[in-house]
Design a protein around this ligand. Structure first.
Ligand code: 5GP
Length: 202
């Protein structure tokens, strides 16, 4: 819910950045490389992550969970806002990741291929209340993978905080139906080159 002027201002700046800087590729990929996915605008990303964190401030979150690489910056900002550690799932298992791990298979929408994502069991447990954070929610593969990792650990899921949800790809539908709270700062109803419509605009 948007209930303060500051929140409204951040959301409207995000809409503006998406409209001004965003490049729509085909009908389903949005490039926001100027501030989120390649080059990062630190001040703005801090504000976005802080806003996401604040929406879950009353939920006893003990850990932020995201997936490398483009979720990390905003997850870090949310972790700073809630003063909790930030855990990022690794794509592929590096030799340094030893001992018990949780693993989930994720189909990457932008890379068009399957990847296994891993976290060490050392960093996620049944005592944790997890806030999942990511840059985009599209078909929901990454989110479902992160939900699976949290569940394998027996952790409770406070919800998911997303910077940009492409609502027309419906990745949020199944988790919402299961009762998982998803907060998206910007929700795109439809897009094509030169025209982006946000859900909030009706
Ligand atoms: P999903 O798993 O929900 O289909 O896609 C989410 C993941 O794919 C995000 O972590 C994000 O990195 C990437 N992604 C999905 N759609 C887009 C998009 O339109 N633009 C960019 N830059 N990344 C996307």
């Amino acid at each position: 819910m948007i209930d303060t002027d500051k929140e409204k201002e951040i959301i409207s700046r995000l809409h503006e950045r998406i409209r001004n800087d965003g490049v729509v590729i085909g009908e389903d990929v949005l490039k926001v490389d100027t501030f989120l996915n390649h080059q990062i605008d630190p001040v703005f990303i801090m504000q976005l992550g802080q806003e996401l964190g604040q929406r879950f401030a009353a939920n006893g979150v003990t850990k932020i969970l995201t997936v490398e690489a483009s979720g990390i910056a905003v997850a870090m900002a949310a972790g700073l806002a809630l003063n909790v550690p930030v855990l990022f799932a690794k794509k592929g298992r590096p030799s340094t990741l030893q001992g018990q791990v949780y693993v989930a298979q994720v189909f990457s929408f932008t890379r068009q291929g399957e990847t296994d994502i891993f976290v060490s069991a050392h960093f996620l447990s049944a005592d944790d209340v997890v806030l999942i954070v990511d840059d985009f929610l599209a078909h929901g593969e990454a989110l479902q993978g992160l939900i699976s990792l949290a569940r394998q650990a027996g952790a409770r899921i406070a919800g998911a905080g997303i910077v940009i949800e492409k609502s027309f790809q419906h990745g949020g539908d199944a988790p919402r139906q299961e009762g998982i709270r998803i907060e998206s700062l910007a929700a795109i109803a439809s897009m094509r080159p030169g025209e982006i419509r946000f859900l909030s605009e009706g």
